[in-house]
Design a protein around this ligand. Sequence first.
Ligand code: UDP
Length: 239
Amino acid sequence: MTELTKQKKLYEGKAKKVFSTEDPAFVIVSYKDDATAFDGEKKGTIRGKGAVNNQMSNYLMGILERDGIPTHVVKELNERETVVKNVEIIPLEVIIRNVSAGSFSAHYGVEEGIEFKEPTFEFSYKNDELHDPLLNTSHALALGLATKEEIETIKAYALKTNELLQRFFKECNVRLIDFKLEFGRLPDGTIVLADEISPDTCRFWDAETGEKLDKDRFRRDLGGVEDAYAEMMRRVFGS
Ligand code: UDP
């Protein structure tokens, strides 16, 4: 493949920009240092975050690819930018939890840190205006967001991703508490893992101290946000 370059900005989201390339089958994502939380109400900058999230996400998706989960990643161009397949994003946020935290603890009135026997699986409807409401499979089908087969594939990929990531992060001395995935459709209907896997989209706790090494440091004003992202980078890349 000849080197693809950024052409037109197609979209700018909270944490990434997406550009067209010379080939309509591919786009370039550019990760920003901008951070938002609570539906965009809280805004800030996490210096170096774009580079961490781009490289970490590509690395983790490489692990998943090798174990049979198709992803959108094609080629890392530089610290912040990656060529990915141009997919149609399915508007479902897929959340897997191994340990209680965040909105799970808030909704069900339980403390954070309770380890589950089995991971939980949930969807929210990816829709900023509606504030990403929780929904179940029958709701997703009723709204025509995905087919039954697609939902089954997504669920299987998400649970397998959890197994592979848990195994990987254990080696990094990190507990994988929960995370969010997004999936997309290729033109031929193939489902692939898209978006990112990073400290923005996962909760990571140090396995010994329980220290938070993810975006909760920003959400909850805990300080040391940049250091936490840099530490996760060291844990993943082992230097
Ligand atoms: N998450 C995300 N984007 C969202 C909502 C959640 O990446 O729009 C991630 C979040 O970082 C955490 C997991 O999904 O790792 C579960 O988040 P939760 O539902 O507890 O929501 P929160 O407490 O972050 O609002």
